[in-house]
Design a binder for this molecule. Structure first.
Ligand code: 5GP
Ligand code: MN
Length: 341
């Protein structure tokens, strides 16, 4: 992170302002954790802050400190629009392209003149922000937020709530400190957050041991539907709208399912295809091990993106046709897949 960038950030936030902090659509632990933490930090600097999520976050995050203050754009459009219009500064966290907030909110954001600050860890950032803090080498936006606060020499403002939110973001985006993006520094930061009051075991438990019975039934269905293509080192899961409905699907229920495919020995690429009848799309998550780049794969074939080892995308074909397309692409990647580990 360049000194000049931190200086610019410092100049923008040093005097109290009306600030809005926005995460991406279908917010995950890192989006909610990093936005909430940054919002609470700005409050410590006496900013007026609104944290906005484009749509609801999953239920397993409903323990997050101060989450009741989050404005959900899809439910409270007018309040969110008012907050955006009244803002002096707009922070976008955990995404790097305005299309990631959904069409309507994207339009609202494109029509405002206020300066944007991007804090993000995805690849290939867009250029909408006055200050762009884009570091794909970080495992989570939350870790990057900690580094920003550290570089602003303001870690003494990290209280228990901020620490818990940052710990949540780091924990979820590193797969509980498991993914290759986890560094010694990640652990040092986690340790510091624990010292500042984050209760690690509680955050793990509240987030991961919050299953409903129907979610586990849905996982059972997903495991029934798991396909393994041994020659390619590929495993994938599909869930139709009917299967989701039959198991009382709720937002966030399929979070992490794709990792079961990846947990098969020698699987390099795992995917989950989820039918969304309302949006008329198939939502896809990709995960990989080693050198296989799912960000590129999702960008090239499924209108998506993300990180090298975790990405997402979508398809407007039927569920069957989407899976056929996916499987038909694999021979072109066979050499790459077989050499990835
Ligand atoms: P997930 O599979 O957990 O939804 O997302 C994995 C990663 O890919 C996240 O970093 C997420 O931001 C990114 N991602 C998921 N879906 C999309 C998409 O449709 N477009 C882009 N550009 N990134 C996505
Ligand atoms: Mn993230």
């Amino acid at each position: 992170m360049q000194n000049e960038t931190i200086q610019k950030l410092h100049t923008l936030i040093q005097s109290p302002k009306n600030s809005v902090v926005i995460g991406h659509k279908n917010p995950d632990g890192d989006a909610v954790g990093s936005c909430m933490a940054w919002g609470l930090f700005l409050k410590q600097l006496n900013h007026q802050v609104e944290v906005i999520m484009p749509n609801a976050y999953p239920e397993f995050l409903n323990w997050v400190p101060n989450q009741e203050q989050i404005l959900i754009y899809s439910d409270e459009k007018q309040s969110a629009q008012k907050a955006i219009q009244n803002a002096d500064l707009i922070f976008t966290l955990d995404f790097n392209h305005l299309s990631r907030v959904g069409e309507e909110l994207q339009k609202d954001l494109e029509t405002v003149d206020q300066p944007f600050v991007m804090i993000d860890h995805h690849q290939e950032p867009d250029t909408y922000a006055e200050v762009t803090i884009s570091h794909p080498e970080y495992g989570s936006t939350a870790e990057l937020v900690f580094e920003c606060i550290d570089r602003l020499k303001a870690t003494d403002l990290i209280d228990r709530d901020i620490a818990s939110c940052l710990y949540l973001g780091i924990m979820t985006d590193t797969g509980s400190f498991k993914f290759p993006s986890t560094t010694a520094r990640t652990h040092q930061i986690a340790a510091e957050l624990i010292e500042k009051g984050a209760v690690a075991h509680q955050i793990q438990q509240q987030t991961f041991d919050a299953n409903s019975h129907s979610r586990l039934k849905l996982l059972g269905q997903a495991m029934q539907n798991l396909e393994y293509l041994e020659d390619f080192g590929v495993a994938y899961i599909h869930l139709s709208q009917k299967e989701l409905d039959d198991n009382h699907f709720r937002k966030g229920d399929t979070e992490g399912f794709v990792n079961y495919g990846l947990s098969i020995k020698n699987v390099v690429l795992a995917a989950i295809f989820k039918e969304d009848a309302q949006q008329k799309i198939i939502k896809i998550s990709f995960r990989s091990k080693g050198n296989f780049d799912v960000n590129q794969f999702a960008r090239q074939h499924f209108e998506g993106g993300g990180h090298k080892n975790a990405a997402g995308g979508k398809s407007e074909l039927s569920l069957d046709a989407t899976i056929k397309k996916f499987v038909s692409l694999l021979p072109d990647y066979k050499t790459e897949l077989n050499a990835a580990l």
